[in-house]
Design a protein around this ligand. Structure first.
Ligand SMILES: C[S@@+](CC[C@H](N)C(=O)[O-])C[C@H]1O[C@@H](n2cnc3c(N)ncnc32)[C@H](O)[C@@H]1O
Length: 183
């Protein structure tokens, strides 16, 4: 049987494929560097991938060096460590409550991420969808957003979305929003 990639990988690939590879990309929570690998494979020159877990960040850095011969892409640090300008911001498969106790806190955190990257032209943001109603400690209600939440949070943006996971076929329902600003 042919291997099937996770849908969010395919969407990241498809959305970024036609773009100028000189654009600066910041990825938040790169884990073992799978999405970072897509960025390198596509030829983005200017990539910063933040990972706060030191073991994960080492795995990611080794992977990127071994496959692409590139170093200094993965930074072992919690985002946002400092103000760093990006054209493209990526937060996929990385929904963490991190002390947020309600939806407003969580949305404020997403806006902080966006602002710290200097309000990039493109934000690829995958979230747990509000259609997902099952009690789940890992993904509490405050993380579950709908498209009105996203529109209200980024009112100037042109936004569309893809369902990347759907309960009950998958463990949860998630949506990946493509948030574009024309500056
Ligand atoms: C589930 S993994 C997903 C990795 C990657 N996004 C992927 O799809 O392959 C999420 C990772 O994000 C990291 N993380 C979460 N919040 C972070 C933050 N604010 N800054 C840096 N890393 C973060 C966690 O340590 C974890 O390794």
């Amino acid at each position: 049987m042919e291997a099937k990639f996770p849908k969010y990988w395919e969407i990241v690939f498809k959305e970024l494929y036609p773009l100028d590879k000189n654009l600066k990309v910041i990825e938040i929570g790169c884990g073992q560097g799978d999405v970072t690998s897509i960025l390198c494979y596509l030829g983005f020159y200017n990539v910063r991938a933040y990972e706060m877990d030191s073991l994960m960040s080492k795995i990611a850095a080794n992977k990127i060096e071994q496959i692409f011969g590139r170093t200094k892409i993965v930074m072992c640090s919690q985002y946002p460590a400092l103000q760093e300008i990006a054209d493209i911001l990526i937060l996929v498969n990385c929904a963490y409550a991190d002390g947020c106790s309600n939806k407003e806190d969580y949305l404020r955190k997403l806006v902080l991420y966006f602002d710290k990257a200097n309000r990039p032209k493109l934000f690829l943001l995958e979230v747990i969808d509000s259609e997902y109603k099952i009690p789940d400690e890992e993904f509490p209600d405050c993380l579950r957003l709908n498209s009105d939440d996203i529109k209200a949070t980024f009112p100037q943006a042109y936004i569309y979305s893809y369902i990347t996971y759907k309960y009950p076929q998958n463990k949860r329902t998630k949506k990946l929003y493509i948030i574009r600003h024309t500056k």
